[in-house]
Design a protein around this ligand. Structure first.
Ligand SMILES: C[S@@+](CC[C@H](N)C(=O)[O-])C[C@H]1O[C@@H](n2cnc3c(N)ncnc32)[C@H](O)[C@@H]1O
Length: 252
């Protein structure tokens, strides 16, 4: 086995090159191989000495094995995710594969390089909706049962967290987000602001702020991150544009 290989699991941020960290840029500059889902690998500029290995969406564990094998053969491998690689992304998949390996095969060097996750980029565009306690929930039921999602939604409302939702609605899961909105309308019982942030940081970015009572399932797709305020979240309208923020304190 060649020496010197490594794996960096890196977050490319929400889309704009301006939101890629210098640490990730440096890792890509030193890489021999880039592994990842097709649209994320497409964000890396080809160059001499760099081999791109795009793969399909559902192939996370195979992709992680491929990255480890390339590094064991001496490659300097960057596994790319959008946003942050530890948020509903490749870092956990890599560790899942590593844990299943025998103890004497747990090399090579592995680093996780953070990125700006979609909910933080979206929150910054909308104001400061996550300024007090909040939680993040992946609404896809591909990797967990729907009943657990619904339970977490109800408990998050009960705890009065602001909430950020990833993977809200896809062609293969058209009904889940409608059910999510029904649960929220029932559990919240108010018109708190909901932010639909689509393609954040990209040229066709849209940010919509809608009272919960007026929300519709069609307002979200797989390019959208949704932020629901807590009961304390406020909207300030300035020149016709809403700014959403959650105060830092809750009265005793
Ligand atoms: C599989 S998750 C990956 C999340 C990613 N690791 C992160 O930290 O942002 C994909 C989901 O992230 C959200 N997302 C990613 N990029 C986005 C963007 N530029 N604008 C809005 N939402 C985005 C969407 O909810 C999408 O369905």
């Amino acid at each position: 086995m060649s020496q010197g290989g490594w794996v960096a699991v890196a977050g490319l941020g929400p889309g704009s090159a301006a939101l890629i960290t210098p640490e990730v840029t440096a890792a890509l500059a030193g890489a021999t191989d880039v592994v990842g889902y097709v649209p994320y690998v497409a964000r890396v500029a080809p160059r001499a000495g760099l081999t791109l290995h795009p793969s399909d969406n559902r192939a996370e564990l195979d992709r992680a094995r491929q990255a480890l094998d390339l590094a064991r053969a001496g490659g300097r491998v960057v596994v790319v995710s959008s946003g942050d690689p530890g948020v509903f992304a490749m870092a956990s998949a890599l560790f899942e594969v590593l844990e299943a390996e025998p103890a004497d095969r747990r090399g090579p060097e592995i680093r996780v390089l953070p990125g700006i996750t979609a909910m933080l980029a979206a929150a910054a565009r909308a104001g400061a909706p996550l300024g007090h306690d909040f939680c993040a929930i992946n609404l896809s039921d591909n990797l967990k049962p729907w009943g657990l999602i619904e339970r977490r939604l109800r408990l998050a409302v009960q705890a009065d967290f602001a909430m950020a939702f990833y993977n809200p609605r896809s062609a293969t899961r058209p009904d889940g987000f409608a059910r999510t909105l029904a649960v929220l309308k029932d559990a919240c019982g108010d018109a708190r602001p909901v932010i639909f942030a689509r393609n954040v940081s990209l040229p066709d970015e849209t940010i919509r702020v809608v009272p919960l009572t007026d929300t519709l399932p069609e307002m979200a797709d797989m390019r959208t991150v949704v932020i629901v305020g807590s009961s304390q979240t406020r909207v300030i309208v300035r020149d016709g544009t809403p700014l959403v923020y959650t105060p830092r304190s809750v009265p005793p």
